[in-house]
Design a binder for this molecule. Structure first.
Ligand code: BEZ
Ligand code: FE
Length: 318
């Protein structure tokens, strides 16, 4: 026996390398007697640690174990499920975030988003960030065009005003905008588009207003070349999102508002694969024909921010 209470040099070396205390110092939680004893014993083993982590892990284990029992999960299904999770990790890299996509197509992202935002009824609803937001979109003057280079499509002018819940205009709010092209690709998915195409950062004026030019976005399928695509196919689900613009509004002293505005004439508003469409987020895309017979569109959409913390999400891609 040595000073750490273990026997033999080898065991000691192992204990030192892990940074954990010796096994003999850990609380006992019991010996498994059969399937019914697994959950209470696992919960007992997880009784320590930081309080919120403990709460989250305890609930997660309870629900996971209940899922295994309710479905009678087989060993083969369990192996396939683990393989799926590993594939999600392998498919995630610098230009693609399959983990974010999984949360989105399961409706978890929308649930978390709605549960944590727009606490005041008049505040603009939030919508999922999605896997395509990039930090450092080019800062542009009001009225600038985010369709860079040659991006054929129906010209769209967007006008908006940002206020608080009492209607006070909010000046100096950063309005970060990103969208898919008229053929349904984000710039990072499409080598034909210039870098940062259809992305821009504007700042509201003294009256809380902003405006910019772009082209009408198209609806598009979420990426289907990875495990999430396999899951959608296996479930006989479609992969489509209705046409929308993404907005992230931020200012010191206000909760950062991440949302999307959907075109009222978009196909599939009531079958979004990521469940992000709320009625209040459908904007009127007013189309007219100009003197040359060409289509043009306008969107007026106002935003209401809530007081709170200005914070930014972890960018899903660089
Ligand atoms: C998006 O709107 O960019 C998006 C959201 C969720 C999943 C895929 C794409
Ligand atoms: Fe999108």
């Amino acid at each position: 026996m040595n000073s750490t209470g273990t026997t033999g040099g080898k065991a000691n070396a192992g204990v030192e390398a892990t940074g954990f205390e010796a096994a003999s110092a850990a609380p006992e939680h019991g010996i498994i007697a059969g399937p019914d004893s697994v959950t209470p014993i696992v919960l007992r083993a997880m009784a320590g640690g930081e309080a919120r982590l403990n709460e989250l892990m305890t609930a997660l284990v309870r629900h996971l174990h209940a899922f295994v029992e309710e479905t009678g999960l087989t060993e083969d299904e369990y192996q396939r499920g683990l393989g799926f999770l590993a594939a999600i990790g392998h498919a995630t890299g610098p230009t693609k975030n399959e983990a974010v996509l999984l949360g989105d197509i399961l409706g978890v992202s929308t649930l978390v988003t709605l549960q944590n935002n727009a606490r005041e009824e008049s505040a603009t609803a939030s919508a999922v960030l999605g896997p395509f937001w990039r930090k450092n979109a080019p800062r542009m003057p009001l009225g600038g065009n985010i369709a860079r280079g040659d991006t054929p499509g129906v010209p769209l002018e967007v006008n908006g005003r940002v206020t608080d819940a009492a209607g006070k205009p909010l000046a100096g709010v950063d309005v970060d905008v990103w969208q898919a092209s008229p053929v349904g690709f984000y710039e990072n998915q499409d080598p034909r588009q210039p870098p940062m195409n259809l992305r821009g950062l504007f700042t509201t004026d003294a009256d809380g207003r902003f405006h910019f030019k772009t082209v009408r976005p198209a609806g598009y399928p979420v990426p289907t070349d990875g495990p999430c695509g396999d899951l959608l196919r296996a479930q006989n689900r479609h992969p489509y999102r209705p046409a929308h613009l993404h907005f992230m509004l931020s200012a010191p002293g206000y909760r950062t508002l991440v949302t999307q505005v959907f075109a009222d004439d978009a196909e599939g508003l009531n079958r979004d694969v990521v469940f992000a469409v709320l009625r209040s987020l459908v904007g009127r895309f007013e189309e007219t024909t100009n003197a040359n017979g060409e289509r043009e569109a306008r969107l007026n959409y106002d935003f209401v921010m809530e007081p709170g913390e200005q914070s930014f999400p972890i960018p899903p891609i660089p």
